[in-house]
Design a protein around this ligand. Sequence first.
Ligand code: SF4
Ligand code: SF4
Length: 111
Amino acid sequence: MAYVIAEPCIGTKDTACVDACPVDCIHPKKDSEKYATEEMLYIDPVECIDCGACVPVCPVAAIFTLEDLPEKWQHFAEINASYAVGGKFQQDKFQKRVAQGAHVEQEVAPR
Ligand code: SF4
Ligand code: SF4
């Protein structure tokens, strides 16, 4: 199922959730060079263990389960997943998808 970070993170990006996550599946981290260029953080749905630890620490209530993700932010599920396809960052692909519009198709990694 995986948790999803949605629009309220944009502009906040304080990484409180990163510190709370026991499996280190929220990216990019502050020490990553990608942190400066991303407008928000993303949860890797493959690595997320659905523990919910990130939810209460978020100051802007940006994190939802897939089931509770508001309709207007449904596309953030795909955006989160696209950021780390197969558990590995594919920044080029991610940028391309965003450029193509919010409603990107989630690919199955062919590897
Ligand atoms: S639900 Fe748990 S595992 Fe998933 S991103 Fe949040 S803290 Fe990490
Ligand atoms: S705690 Fe909330 S606002 Fe802060 S980085 Fe995580 S999702 Fe974004």
